[in-house]
Design a protein around this ligand. Sequence first.
Ligand code: UDP
Length: 380
Amino acid sequence: MSEKNILVVGAGLSGCTAARLLAENGYSVTVLEKRATVGGNLYDYIDENGIRVQLYGPHIFHTSEKEVFDFLSRFTEWTKYEHKVLANIKGTLVPVPFNMTSLFKLYPKEEAEAIKEILYSEVGVDKKVPILTLKQHSDSRVREFAEFVYENIFYTYTKKQWGFKPEELGETVMNRVPVYVSYEDRYFTDTYQFQPKDGFTPMIEKMLDHENINVQLSTDAMSLISIENGTVYYKDKPFYGKVIFTGKIDDLFCEKYGALAYRSLKFEFETHDTSSYQPAAVVNYTTTEDFTRISEFSKFACEPQEKTVIVKEYSKNCEPGDIPYYPIPKDGPRADYAKYLKEAQKIDFLYLLGRLANYKYINMDIAVLDAIKLVADITK
Ligand code: UDP
């Protein structure tokens, strides 16, 4: 086998981006995918009611990285889509990220006016502030407001989602959804906000459609790949190409340092006999209910149909057999990950890529960007 052979483990967005770019650079790429479908958790399909359903939960594309947008645009046309989310606070619906509209919905008008003026002067007009920063503000009136937002938007939702309090997770997670001292009501403020016109699955299929790419579905790479004394074996023979691994790194090393902690999700899908179930694509239940959020697929850049499909999302610790959705962004699990990383770094030609292999909570655009950078490194 020549050095221009590449094995990519996992046909998610990271693996497929790397596969495509390497194929275009003359590499012969084999993609091994455990599932019968491509796209990893991006997988979507049109159901019997004509609604595009995302089987592994809501995925919304947004980026400010032109390079990422340009790359993906080669494989799909886009539908303009600016994501909006409401929080259900004990029955009252307000925009999330919490903004000045949310403030006026929850406080009496005069009080809201007074808080808005304080925020404008003490924090700054159009500022985006992480809740944990706002809670430490020098002005006690700002802190009081922050406490209210913390209780109603972040505390219960975060406990449900992660099993930890916001402080225990820190700002990397909380920064994702800051408080807006403005009337901005979009969930994201990135330059490019679109959904693939025909869905994520066709986009990924087009990406993989290259003469140098061979995709093997329903193939558990872990039964074909092993690592002994720093050498990668593929089908029991030493492998002389490069391996890009996008799966769980603890699986790659047979959990020799123990299983890494992940958060998993349980989805409950429901079809309703109405064209609209809720007033936004996603409603977060930030104070009540056991589920974290309800997503309504026909509101994700799709045309409304006679029926509608929603999904309720429950979060849980990942147990054997569950899908690992989220690495845990805490020091303990990261230290456990570091032991595996050290092992991986000893192996020439093994590259780790993506959310699972890097044990990193990243968005789709960063998955693509990391893959672009990795391929640039491999081909330089
Ligand atoms: N979050 C929250 N309340 C909300 C929205 C988000 O407490 O209404 C917190 C929660 O801890 C969540 C994190 O912010 O896990 C990141 O939210 P995001 O919407 O980015 O999560 P994802 O869609 O990636 O699951």
